[in-house]
Design a protein around this ligand. Structure first.
Ligand code: SAM
Length: 278
């Protein structure tokens, strides 16, 4: 058994444990919205579900409204359902590690859900006009591998659009590093990286038209909304998440975390699928 295989198993277990511990509380806080993301808020009184929908819509804003989209880390399928319902010429395939979540995904003639790992996607033949991933990449074992697999899944000219929880560029002091470590546990994250790291990874694979934007100012100040979410969570997770959410809400401009929106494209003249990846 190879070390990378064992490391991947370990990462899967951490993600599964995380949702087992916090999933119900998270869903309760958002009123069973079907979305498992933090939301992009406009005001502090806004229902969590409305903020989540804004994020779901923003993710696909630049995409042509036809063809096949692949949603990596699809959660309970809520985002995918919203996309197909609003776009009659779009089909979505959702990919998720979590068998429990997949079993709860909705049925729709233009939706398909499959089990699998972002690092080892079972789609290597192209055919997708877009690869999406909403707030899942911080759980992935290896982002570079994910980007390479997405490249293979995408048609030339296809879009990659995702959000990731990251660390703010140049803001890390020693004690923030410790806080980031706590945040990693609170979020069930494998690693948290910076905007510049994303640019490097995307460039390494060959993506073009890179855009990386930090939306944290519309996410972290509203974390207090989520503290109720973790009231019922098991000891350990619940306490850590509560402290973390409070810290992030109060951190203001000093919060060490970023909420990154990342967009890029596979070039029209991309090498054929069987060419070795760079
Ligand atoms: C924060 S939730 C976001 C869910 C969904 N995108 C949404 O916005 O409602 C992260 C999701 O990523 C999934 N996930 C975590 N690691 C994964 C991996 N390596 N491959 C595929 N899915 C993964 C989790 O099971 C969970 O469904």
């Amino acid at each position: 058994m190879s070390l990378s295989f064992l490391a991947r198993l370990d990462a899967r277990k951490r993600a599964a444990d995380y949702y087992q511990n916090l999933g119900d509380a998270f869903e309760a806080a958002s009123g069973g919205s079907g979305y498992l993301n933090l939301g992009l808020f406009e005001g502090s009184d806004e229902p969590i579900a409305a903020a989540q929908e804004r994020l779901v819509d923003l993710l696909v804003e630049p995409l042509p409204r036809s063809g096949r989209w692949l949603d990596v880390g699809c959660g309970l399928g809520g985002p995918a359902l919203r996309w197909v319902e609003r776009n009659p010429d779009v089909e979505v395939t959702g990919l998720n590690l979590s068998v429990e979540q997949l079993a709860r995904c909705p049925s729709h003639p233009r939706l398909r859900f499959v089990g699998g790992d972002a690092d080892r996607m079972p789609f290597v033949h192209g055919g997708y006009q877009a690869v999406l991933s909403l707030e899942a990449a911080f759980h992935f074992r290896d982002r570079l591998q994910f980007l390479q697999q997405a490249w293979r899944a995408l048609e030339p000219g296809g879009w990659l659009t995702l959000t990731d929880i990251g660390v703010r560029e140049g803001q890390l002091r020693l004690y923030d590093g410790l806080l980031a470590r706590g945040a990693r546990r609170m979020l069930g994250a494998e690693s948290l990286i910076q905007a510049g790291d994303w640019r490097n990874l995307l460039g390494q694979v060959g993506y073009v038209g890179l855009q990386v934007q930090d939306l944290g100012a519309r996410v972290w100040p509203h974390m207090r909304r989520w503290t109720q979410a973790v009231e019922g969570a098991p000891i350990g997770y619940g306490q850590l998440a509560r402290i973390g959410a409070r810290y992030l809400a109060e951190g203001g401009k000093d919060t060490p975390l970023a909420y990154l929106l990342i967009r890029a494209r596979k070039p029209e003249t991309a090498p054929p699928l069987d060419a070795p990846l760079r």
